[in-house]
Design a protein around this ligand. Sequence first.
Ligand code: FES
Length: 150
Amino acid sequence: MSHHPCSRVATSPAPADVPRRGFFTAATGAFLALIVWPRSVAAGGKSWVAVPLAKAPKLQTVGGSMVTRIRGKELLLVRDGHDSAHAFEAKCPHEQCDINYSPERQKIECPCHDGLFDLTGKVLSGPPPRPLETYQTIVDGERILVRIPA
Ligand code: FES
């Protein structure tokens, strides 16, 4: 146990401030890296795209949804919780009708032939031959990040 590097730092005698400060800086750096990670990945522009809530008022409230085009893909974005959102291809895989989110049912509906999907994109009923394509999302403060393969 006395060989563990952490215990050495913790028990090291004077000047006690130096290793403590070093440890604090390292811990703070790791902590900041965790917070900043989604932002910096998004800023890199490779795969995460930020949708600012200020420009997407329908996504500001839980139960809201909207269709938008990101990187050439038409997407249905759904805000189903304070910290939870989903992104789907916006056309039904059956005959390409526009799908929509029902906040009452908490499901994705296709009005053309009553196709019904859950929030993982799985077909619950109706004729759609395959699940909806889904995209990873993160609710990040005042924006929603959507992961679109570059
Ligand atoms: S087009 Fe959606 S169920 Fe037929």
